[in-house]
Design a protein around this ligand. Structure first.
Ligand code: 5GP
Ligand code: ZN
Length: 120
């Protein structure tokens, strides 16, 4: 997708602090970290969001994204654990519409309740 920030990062036309890449995924540090360690894993193929994962081939893609989160967390040394987040769509707080998993670690996380949608 020509207008997608993460496609441009995958293509190398926007720089990133790369951590890991293989044929299917790219992992890099988030530009605006929300935790002491905050990285993103994106599929190299453009998929707008988790809500767009509907076909059989998306199963493999999602598995590769999650395996990369686990590998990067291991390699970075997050042996105490980490939080994995996929924001989906407007109500999910997604701001970049190219599927990505956040890996957050390096300190105690806020209670998950802080991340729940506000009740009306
Ligand atoms: P979302 O809110 O869509 O789940 O997360 C998007 C994430 O992408 C945010 O944490 C934001 O800081 C990060 N981000 C946005 N633009 C860039 C960029 O150009 N480079 C990097 N490394 N991260 C970005
Ligand atoms: Zn994209």
């Amino acid at each position: 997708m020509s207008d997608c920030i993460f496609c441009k990062i995958v293509a190398g036309t926007i720089p990133c602090r790369k951590i890991y890449e293989d044929d299917y995924v790219l992992a890099f540090h988030d530009i605006n970290p929300a935790a002491p360690v905050h990285f993103l894993v994106v599929p190299k193929m453009h998929v707008a969001s988790l809500a767009d994962c509907v076909a059989e081939h998306h199963a493999g893609l999602l598995a590769r994204v999650m395996l990369a989160v686990a590998k990067v967390a291991r390699d970075i040394g997050l042996e105490n654990g980490y939080r994995t987040i996929i924001n989906t769509g407007e109500d999910g707080g997604q701001t970049v519409f190219h599927l990505h998993a956040h890996g957050l670690g390096g300190g105690k996380p806020r209670p998950l309740g802080d991340a729940l949608p506000a009740a009306n």
